[in-house]
Design a protein around this ligand. Sequence first.
Ligand code: NAG
Ligand code: NAG
Ligand code: NAG
Length: 291
Amino acid sequence: TAGTGRRVRDEEKMKTEMVTMRESSVEVVRGDFAILPCSFFTSSPLSRLNVIWTLAPFTNPESPIQVIVYDHGQVIEDPSLIGRVGFTGIPWSADIVLNDTQVSDAGIYRCMVNNPPETADPGIGELALTVLAPPSLPVCQWDGDVDMGGSVTLSCTVKEGTPTPEIHWEKLNPEEISLPINMEGDLSGSVQIVNVSSQTSGLYRCSANNFLGTENCYVNLSIYTPDSSSGILQGVLLTLSMSLVLLALLVLILWLHRTGQDGRWRGGKDDEDECYNEIRYTPSLMKRSFV
Ligand SMILES: *[C@@H]1O[C@H](CO)[C@@H](O)[C@H](O)[C@H]1NC(C)=O
Ligand SMILES: *[C@@H]1O[C@H](CO)[C@@H](O)[C@H](O)[C@H]1NC(C)=O
Ligand SMILES: *[C@@H]1O[C@H](CO)[C@@H](O)[C@H](O)[C@H]1NC(C)=O
């Protein structure tokens, strides 16, 4: 009937009367300023106008803060935002500006406008602020067994970045190959390498990127192969046995030299024979010393 139609129209008028959010979401690149729009309509004088902006941060939605308040001509900002937030057209508009935006500014902003005695309920509007940021420097780590045949896990974690950065792992040398990655949540990705060999050694890169930028971290992996370690052992043994041979030779020469001198003491005429013997018998004596 005409009566209910008019009542519905009145309710619609009541609802649309106070607050209009001209945007339901706003995006800004970190560091830039953002205008958060909130329009209201009132036919009463503005002397008792009251505007409250609150923020439920995406990082901590359970503890909303009062961003800025306008009450009876006074402006009160949240202490953490002093100097960064302000009304742009109060009292005719409830729009605010947020300067030097930070990632922690992102969240749901709510604009509440009350202009007594116009309505008992305040008009409320909401908008989501997204703060875009390049990825932060990722952190590369490795864990596992770097002995031949062992398995190694490379992991990479990036703390922030909006939109969510994509994570990639690559082996850079001898040729660049991209590696299959297991994601653990949105911001962490790992690569498992089983049965490692000397070919596994090399430089690995994790990159985190979104359209605002790319950041990299690196892991330099060296696989210990049994060949190289037993090679060192063989080298040590070889040096040791060569020293023993030299020592034995030295002892032998000294001993022969002494027997030669003894001979000389015994009889001067056998000198030449003794010297001859010394040379002649050396090979057989050497052989005997190794038996
Ligand atoms: C935001 O920055 C602009 C330009 O630098 C400046 O004019 C304005 O006063 C700043 N607003 C606040 C609330 O700090
Ligand atoms: C590990 O790799 C070596 C060659 O690199 C291969 O001979 C061996 O069969 C592999 N072992 C396993 C368990 O895959
Ligand atoms: C990686 O390690 C190897 C051996 O330890 C070294 O020769 C090479 O220079 C390192 N590369 C980088 C990029 O650090």
